[in-house]
Design a binder for this molecule. Structure first.
Ligand code: ZN
Length: 389
């Protein structure tokens, strides 16, 4: 028995924009994207690091897919040459061909950029321009941290900060029609989100105003709670980075287990909360919430395609072991070049085919149910929850 999900469209629930600058890429750009965090200019001069970077599972699996699509050998230099040649004619048309090939229906795009100094930051992109160039529809996900920092920087007092922050949420929801707010507090002070006192929040405001520090935990805990409690009225869901990521994540506080206090709090239960990145590698912890709490969902991005296909099959099986398929959504975390979004979609289907085959073989689902589950994860859940287009 083999399952074939190639006919099912995909909504990419979590990804990032890319720009015209990547119309032509170098081997080094590609290699940098294929390992977590990339190489600094100094690291890239060490041949030992180049060997490491040229041979990551992520890099190889994407190179093989690109070679097949472009009709060339999977040698890095051949793939990059063929890719640049094809992209040079009409970059956004080439992006459209990739999306058609992978059956991508549309994208949910994180508008975030790194508002404080971090090791491997995201650049700021013009999303209005990006949306016009895209050949598939997109909806915007509003990153909270830059909005928080801007409100602090521009405020004259704590009360003024609160008013500015609230207004920025309103503006995102009404003017930019965002479908979700997203927090990367896992990169700032960690996921152990508590209930700070008024005094603690005000002190952190003063410190943030003076230093733009990352680890102002009290006020960060405060804004996450404030946004979650407002999402329902604003007509959005809430996304939270859960699990590993770049090296500057607060690693000992990025396990979704740390979210227990926040997620079980009745105050947060009226908002749909998406654990972005499947909590990878702590996938079972993430999946538990999606079963036990009726407002929690798991997003598979980053794990697919940043982990290898065999690893992602195992983790996806662990997630589907506990989380009902109606609570799991596909995402790629594609970033900088469109090939990551495209490869993520192709790999995502493959991973689900393999994972759900196990569920069929062991009598959990019959074949029809496995197809239903795949359709839900790939696009139907996102369509049902967000009615995005
Ligand atoms: Zn991301």
């Amino acid at each position: 028995m083999t399952l074939d999900f190639s006919a099912y469209p995909i909504i990419d629930h979590h990804c990032h924009p890319w720009s015209e600058d990547t119309k032509e890429i170098t081997k080094e750009t590609f290699i940098n994207l294929m390992n977590m965090g990339g190489l600094s200019a100094e690291e890239a001069r060490d041949p030992e690091n180049v060997v490491h970077s040229e041979f990551t599972p992520m890099g190889r699996q994407i190179l093989h897919l690109m070679a097949e699509f472009l009709g060339c050998s999977p040698k890095l230099s051949d793939v990059i040459e063929a890719r640049n040649k094809r992209a040079a004619k009409n970059y956004w048309g080439y992006c459209g061909e990739l999306f058609y090939d992978a059956g991508i229906e549309g994208l949910f795009v994180d508008d975030g950029y790194s508002e404080v100094s971090v090791g491997s930051g995201l650049a700021r992109n013009n999303l209005e321009e990006f949306e016009e160039l895209l050949t598939v529809p997109m909806r915007r996900v509003a990153r909270i941290e830059p909005r928080f920092q801007t409100a602090v920087d521009e405020s004259s007092s704590f009360d003024d900060f609160v008013a500015r922050f609230d207004q920025s949420l309103e503006d995102a929801a009404r003017k930019q029609r965002v479908i979700a707010f997203k927090s990367v507090i896992a990169y700032r002070s960690g996921l152990h989100i508590e209930n700070p006192t008024d005094d603690e929040v005000r002190k952190d405001y003063e410190r943030s105003k003076a230093t733009r520090a990352r680890d102002v935990k009290h006020i960060r805990d405060w804004y996450v709670r404030r946004v979650i409690s407002r999402c329902k009225d604003l007509g959005t869901t809430f996304h939270i980075h859960a699990g590993m990521g770049d090296i500057d994540v607060v690693f000992d506080k990025c396990n979704p287990m740390q979210l227990y206090g926040l997620l079980k709090d009745p105050e947060t239960r009226n908002t749909k909360v998406f654990l972005v990145h499947g909590g990878y590698p702590f996938s079972q912890e993430a999946a538990f919430y999606a079963n036990a709490l009726k407002n929690v969902y798991v997003d598979l991005s980053e794990m697919i395609p940043f982990a290898s296909v065999p690893g992602a099959i195992e983790k996806t099986t662990q997630i589907l072991d506990m989380a009902p398929p109606a609570r799991v959504v596909f995402g790629s975390d594609g970033v900088v070049i469109p090939e990551i979004h495209w490869a993520g979609a192709k790999i995502g289907r493959r991973v689900l085919e393999e994972s759900l085959s196990t569920f069929v073989r062991t009598g959990v689902y019959d074949e029809d149910e496995a197809h239903q589950a795949a359709k839900m994860v790939l696009a139907e859940n996102a369509r049902r929850v967000y009615k995005p287009w």
